[in-house]
Design a protein around this ligand. Sequence first.
Ligand SMILES: [Zn+2]
Length: 232
Amino acid sequence: MNKFSKLLTGKERSHLCSSFMTKTLGASIHKEAVNSFLELRKEAGNHGFNLHIHSGFRSFEDQLSIWNRKARGELPVLNSDAIPIDINSLTDKELSFSILRWSALPGASRHHWGTDIDVYDLNAKPENYDIELIPEEVNQEGIFGPLHDWLDIKINEKSAYGFFRPYNMDRNGVVQERWHLSYSPVSIPFLEQFSIDVLHKAIKQSDILLKETLLDNLSEIFNRFIINIGKV
Ligand SMILES: [Zn+2]
C-alpha cells in the first residue's frame, strides 16, 4: 500500500498537525485545516460560542476497536432512532449495516483524514457532562443547538472557512450528524481519490469481525455509506 493509500485508510500520521498544535486544539487534525479552524473558532467566539473539537483524527486501529466491540456486542448498536438493538436477532449483513449507520468502517472513516471533526460549544457544556454526540445535544432545543444554528448560517453563506456538513441529512447511509464538520479543500480531493480497491485491501489485511460479509458487500457499502454525502 503506498503512502497516500495509507493516509486515506488511517495508517499514516504525517499529514497531521504538530503535537504543540494538537495540545492547543485538544485534538489532532490535518495541518492544512488548522488555520481555517482557528479562524472559524475566533468568529464563533465573537458570537459567544467556544468552538471545541471533541474528536479529530482517528487511526485505523482506533476505528477497528470501535467496530469489533460493536460487532461483539460490547458497545451498543443503535437503530435509526438511537435505540439499542438486540444484535442476536440480526444476520451478519444486517448487523454490519446497522453498525455502519452510526460508525464508519475502519479504513473508510473521514476522521482518518484529519479533515473531519466532531465539534461542540464548551460554553454550553454543563460541568461534569460527558458529551455523547447524539441528536438531542445538537437539535434546535439541544444544549449545542445555538452553535449549530449559527454554523448552519455560516455554511449556507459559504463563509465557514471551507467547513461543511457531509452528514447534513439522513440519506439512508450515515445518519444525520450535525456535530460532524469537514474541511472541504482537503477532504473533497481525498474522497475523489478514495476507491473500493484501497478499502478492499485495508479490510482484507485486517483483523476485523464480519470480514467476509463486508468484502462481499463492499460496493454497496461504498455507494451507500461513503460517497453518499452532502454537497459543499
Ligand atoms: Zn465525526
